[in-house]
Write a protein that binds this ligand. Sequence first.
Ligand code: FES
Length: 102
Amino acid sequence: QRVWQDLIAVADLEKGDVTPVSLGARELAVYDGVEGITVSHARCTHGAANLCDGYFDGRRIECPLHQGLFDARTGAVLAAPARLPLRMVEARVQDGMVQVRL
Ligand code: FES
């Protein structure tokens, strides 16, 4: 059964940016976007880069290694060389906490 787990307090997020958070062995990326908070796996789907080191403009996350571009809400690929969508994680905000369901 998949349960909601606390990930990080909203107050602890990098305002308007992407924040790296570990959950067990998982490396996640939390985006404080202009349309709300979303969460993905932190690793790029193209190679061994951590997207938390990339550039987030409030909507799109750019990979720091080859500049692949993803929509941080849907995970959709917006620019090559990335081809596979970003793996998003189901997320919500509850009582000031970002929660995820894996
Ligand atoms: Fe991210 Fe290549 S590792 S675009």
